[in-house]
Structures are given as structure tokens and as C-alpha cells.
Design a protein around this ligand. Structure first.
Ligand code: PRT
Ligand code: ZN
Length: 294
């Protein structure tokens, strides 16, 4: 008699990440901080997780929007600059806050720059022709676009172009090539893009993944703070560091003092610490938070 065999085909969400480059390490770090493990020692193209219904697909960053649009990958991590250049229709699901940069126009530093009309009848070298074309059209500038595949920053020096349109992060590449940034056309950071038509099962996996990623991101932007303060200033201190719901206030052995525990945001850290000190706070301890579920 034939036995009925039940095959349990588990649904996996497939995420495309950059194989090697500026996004790869941070993308893998994010996934690992979300508690998702992979064994990719043999560098396979597709690697399933051992503890979460996710599989990694390693690609060049330029190919990621198309793979997501075609449904070969369900989601992907890529820079906003690539999405715009590839005119991809994938949804931005989450901004990730790393690989921040801008796409800018730059010219030799010796030239006086009077405004974007400078680029009329000039040659601009770039690896981002579509974004540049859009900017030129919008600003009614009639310039010649020279699409090249790399080392854009050397183009003016060798007489190939009058200016460049490229990614700028610290600005040191421009400086070391005798160039100056004159127009910021767009700002970019790494984002998760997604297929807008995910199945219900895959959407549930994505929601779980996003829940974890948000907890990690929120924790990174927050610090746990513990301090001692004179009792009469507690109300003022609570207003400065209201915390997630309300700070914990614990009496100290010394009757006139309390210990206050709360959470503060990284970006307002120094201003807040100064205000706390003005309220007589002492022994301020600031502790990193690993995960934060609100
Ligand atoms: O091989 P693959 O196609 O996958 O990678 P890639 O070589 O096309 O891209 P990669 O790894 O260099 O960058 C991936 C993404 O990182 C980009 O699409 C951006 O979204 C983001 N990013 C962030 C940057 C930079 N910062 C950056 N500084 N991408 C490139 N640069 C380069 C830039 O082209 C210029 O040459 O760094 C130089 C400028 O840097 P600064 O710091 O001197 O201004
Ligand atoms: Zn690329």
C-alpha cells in the first residue's frame, strides 16, 4: 500500500543583497543583528538562513532593482541612486540609514561658478546619465552627457569633460582631483525595496523581518541614561528626558536625591546632557541599547 507523503515546502522570502562592495558588509550586519544566521563560507549564489524563512541572493547592486521588479528576488537592499538611475518601479519598503551619499555636479576648483546655467554647452562625465538627464531637463540646461563606466573624477583633468556628475560622500575624492561640488542633485541612502505584489505568506515574513530591523535601528538611535539628581529638580528632569513612557525614579539612601533612568535619542545627546547638568544631574551613565521594542 502506498503511503501518503506530505511534502512541507516552506515558503522563503528571497532578499537580494550586493555581492561585494560598499553595501555588502552593512547589509549582512543588519540581517545578523536581526538574529538571522547564515553560513555563507562557500559563497554560494543563493544561501538559505538556518533559523529564519529567508534566503540571500548575492548580486551586483545595479541588477538588484530589476531582479526585484521581475520577481526573481522578493526584496533587495540597494542605494536610492541606483533605483532612480534604473527607473525601477519597485516600492521603497524601509530606509536603512547607511551608505549615505549625494549625487552632485562638480567642476574644476579654479572656475568661478555662477549657477547651474554654467553647464550650458558643457560636457559632463557620469555613470548616472538618466538622473543627470532629468536634472538638466528640469533646469532647462543644454549640456552634453558623456557616459563613462568608472573613474569619473579624472575626466576634467584629462580633457574629457568640463564637469562631472558623481557620488560624493566625504568629498575627499573631489578635492584630491582638483574639483569642487557645485550642485547637489539628490541625496541617497541604502533602502529595502520590495515587489509590490508579494504573496500573503511572504508579506508575513517581510513584516517579521521589518519588525526586527526596526527594533535594531531604533536601539541604535537611542541610549539608556541613568543619573542622580536632587529631588527638587525631578520634574524638570522628567521634562528633558521623558523616555518611552515615563522615566523610572528610584529614591537614593540620601533623602534629598533620586536616581532617574530613561532613554534619550542619539542625535540630541549632547544638548540633553548639558540641560541635565544645568538641573544638577550627577554621575550620568550612558549605556548602549541592543534592541528596542516599543
Ligand atoms: O560591483 P557593484 O556594481 O555591485 O558595486 P559598485 O561599484 O557599483 O558600487 P559600490 O559598492 O561602490 O557602491 C554601492 C552604493 O554605495 C552606491 O550605489 C551608493 O548608493 C553607495 N555609496 C555611498 C557610495 C559612496 N558612498 C561613495 N563614496 N558609492 C560610491 N562612492 C564612491 C564614488 O563613486 C566616488 O568615487 O566613492 C567616491 C567618493 O567618495 P568620497 O568619500 O571621496 O566623497
Ligand atoms: Zn554597481
Amino acid at each position: 500500500m502506498l503511503k501518503k507523503i506530505e511534502i512541507n515546502v516552506m515558503t522563503l522570502l528571497r532578499i537580494a543583497i550586493q555581492k561585494s562592495g560598499r553595501l555588502s558588509e552593512k547589509s549582512l550586519e543588519l540581517i545578523s543583528e536581526a538574529g538571522i544566521s547564515f553560513n555563507n563560507s562557500d559563497r554560494k549564489l543563493i544561501t538559505p538562513s538556518s533559523n529564519f524563512p529567508l534566503e540571500l541572493l548575492f548580486l551586483r547592486d545595479d541588477d538588484i532593482p530589476q531582479y526585484v521588479a521581475d520577481g526573481v528576488a522578493d526584496i533587495g537592499i540597494v542605494g536610492e541612486n541606483v533605483i532612480l538611475e534604473k527607473k525601477s518601479h519597485s516600492n521603497i519598503v524601509e530606509k536603512l540609514g547607511f551608505a549615505k551619499c549625494r549625487l552632485s555636479l562638480a567642476i574644476p576648483k579654479s572656475i568661478d561658478y555662477s549657477g547651474s546655467s554654467y553647464f550650458n554647452n558643457k560636457r559632463i562625465a557620469t555613470t548616472y546619465p538618466h538622473i543627470l538627464e532629468g536634472f538638466l531637463k528640469q533646469n532647462k540646461i543644454n549640456a552634453e552627457i558623456h557616459e563613462i563606466s568608472g573613474s569619473v573624477e579624472i575626466a576634467p583633468g584629462i580633457g574629457l569633460a568640463d564637469g562631472i556628475f558623481d557620488i560624493v560622500s566625504s568629498g575627499s575624492t573631489l578635492i584630491s582631483n582638483g574639483l569642487k561640488e557645485v550642485e547637489v542633485v539628490m541625496k541617497s541612502e541604502a533602502v529595502i525595496i520590495g515587489d509590490p505584489k508579494l504573496s500573503q505568506e511572504k508579506q508575513q515574513i517581510l513584516d517579521k523581518l521589518l519588525f526586527r530591523i526596526r527594533a535594531v535601528q531604533k536601539a541604535k538611535n537611542s541610549k539608556y541614561v541613568v543619573l542622580n539628581a536632587p529631588k527638587e529638580n525631578v520634574d524638570k528632569i522628567i521634562q528633558i528626558i521623558p523616555g518611552m513612557k515615563s522615566p523610572t525614579v528610584v529614591p537614593l539612601a540620601d533623602d534629598g536625591w533620586v536616581s532617574v533612568h530613561s532613554v534619550l535619542q542619539e542625535n540630541e545627546f549632547w544638548q540633553v546632557i548639558d540641560r541635565l547638568k544645568d538641573c544638577g544631574a550627577q554621575g550620568i551613565l550612558v549605556i548602549p541599547i541592543e534592541k528596542m521594542i516599543v
